[in-house]
Design a protein around this ligand. Structure first.
Ligand code: NAP
Length: 282
C-alpha cells in the first residue's frame, strides 16, 4: 500500500517556517509583508476563496489589503485599483481573484499588474521568465505539486512523468517544472490516444483533469508517485479528486488525497510567493 502524503501537513510545516521568518522581521522593526487582494462582484465561491486566502495570510502574520469592487466596475476603474496597489510600497503581492464578472477582460487586468508583485505568476512577463528559467513568479498549484513530490523523496532525474491535463494554470506549467528537474515528460489531454497505456508507464503521474475518480488502478504503475490535483464535488456534497483514491493507493508508491492534498499547498505557495516578493524588496 502506498504512502499517503497530506498536503495539509506539509502546508502547516511550511507556514510555521514562514511565520517564524515574519516574526523575526517584526522583531527587527521591519514592516510586515502584505498581500493586496482584489475581488470584483459577489460570486460566493470567489468570496469564500478570498476569505480563505486572507485567513491564511493572517495565520503566518502577513497582512492583507482587500479591495472589494462592485459587479458593475468598469475596466478603467479596475485598472486604476490595480495601479494603486502597484504603486503602494506597503503592498508586496497582488492577487486578482478570478473569474472576473463577464464584460471585464482578465487578460487586460492581469497585464496591468506589476510583474514584481504578480504572486500568482499569471502575467506574460512572469510566464516568459518562467519558461526562460529566469527569476520570477511561478503559478502556485504547480509549485505546490513539486513541493509534495520533494516530500515523497521523488528523484525526478530520468523518470517518466505523465501529466494528464494541459491547462495554463496547472498541467502546462507543472510539465515545465518536471522537465527542469530532468524528468521525461508526456503531457496528455482530451485528444490523447491510449491514455491508459501512457499513464501506466508513468513513474510520476499528475492528474489535473477535473473528472471524478477518472484515474483508476489500471492507469497506474506499481510504485508510482501519484499527485491528484482534481477537485470535484459529488452529488452527495463530498469532494473527490481525479484519482480513484481507495483503489490507486493500493498500487501507488506515494499518493496525495483530496481534500487535504494539493489544495492547502496552493494557498501556502501564494504566501511563499508573497514573502519572496517582500524579501526581494526589503
Ligand atoms: P481545465 O482548465 O478544465 O483543464 C482540464 C484538462 O484536462 C484539459 O487540458 C483537458 O484537455 C484535460 N482533459 C479533460 N478531459 C480529459 C480526458 N477525458 N482525458 C484526458 N484529458 C482530459 O482544468 P484545470 O484548471 O487544469 O483544473 C483541473 C482540476 O484541478 C479541476 O478539478 C480543478 O478544480 C482542480 N484544481 C485544483 C487546484 C488546487 O489547488 N487543488 C488548483 C487548480 C485546479 P483539453 O485541453 O484537450 O481540453
Amino acid at each position: 500500500m502506498g504512502t499517503v502524503i497530506y498536503g495539509s501537513e506539509v502546508a502547516e510545516e511550511l507556514r510555521g517556517q514562514m511565520a517564524a521568518r515574519i516574526r523575526e522581521y517584526k522583531a527587527q522593526g521591519k514592516r510586515l509583508p502584505c498581500l493586496g487582494v482584489i475581488l470584483v462582484g459577489d460570486n460566493p465561491a470567489s468570496r469564500s476563496y478570498v476569505t480563505g486566502k486572507a485567513k491564511a495570510c493572517d495565520s503566518v502574520g502577513m497582512l492583507t489589503k482587500e479591495v472589494d469592487l462592485p459587479e458593475y466596475t468598469t475596466m478603467d476603474d479596475l485598472k486604476k485599483e490595480i495601479r494603486k496597489l502597484n504603486d503602494d510600497p506597503e503592498i508586496d503581492g497582488i492577487l486578482l481573484q478570478l473569474p472576473l464578472p463577464s464584460g471585464l477582460s482578465e487578460n487586460e487586468a492581469i497585464l496591468t499588474i506589476d510583474p514584481k508583485k504578480d504572486v500568482d505568476g499569471l502575467h506574460p512577463i512572469s510566464i516568459g521568465n518562467f519558461y526562460l528559467n529566469e527569476p520570477g513568479f511561478v503559478p502556485c498549484t504547480p509549485l505546490g505539486i513539486m513541493e509534495l513530490l520533494k516530500r515523497m523523496d521523488c528523484p525526478f532525474d530520468g523518470m517518466n512523468a505523465v501529466v494528464v491535463g494541459r491547462s495554463k494554470l496547472v498541467g502546462t506549467p507543472v510539465s515545465r517544472l518536471l522537465q527542469n528537474r530532468n524528468a521525461t515528460v508526456t503531457v496528455c489531454h482530451s485528444h490523447t490516444r491510449n491514455l491508459k497505456d501512457i499513464c501506466a508507464q508513468a513513474d510520476i503521474l499528475i492528474a489535473a483533469i477535473g473528472k471524478p475518480k477518472f484515474i483508476t488502478a489500471e492507469y497506474v504503475k506499481e510504485g508510482a508517485y501519484v499527485i491528484d490535483v482534481g477537485v470535484n464535488r459529488l452529488e452527495d456534497g463530498h469532494l473527490c479528486g481525479d484519482v480513484d483514491f481507495d483503489a490507486v493507493k493500493e498500487k501507488a508508491g506515494y499518493i496525495t488525497p483530496v481534500p487535504k492534498g494539493v489544495g492547502p499547498m496552493t494557498i501556502t505557495m501564494l504566501l511563499q510567493n508573497t514573502l519572496k516578493a517582500y524579501e526581494v524588496k526589503e
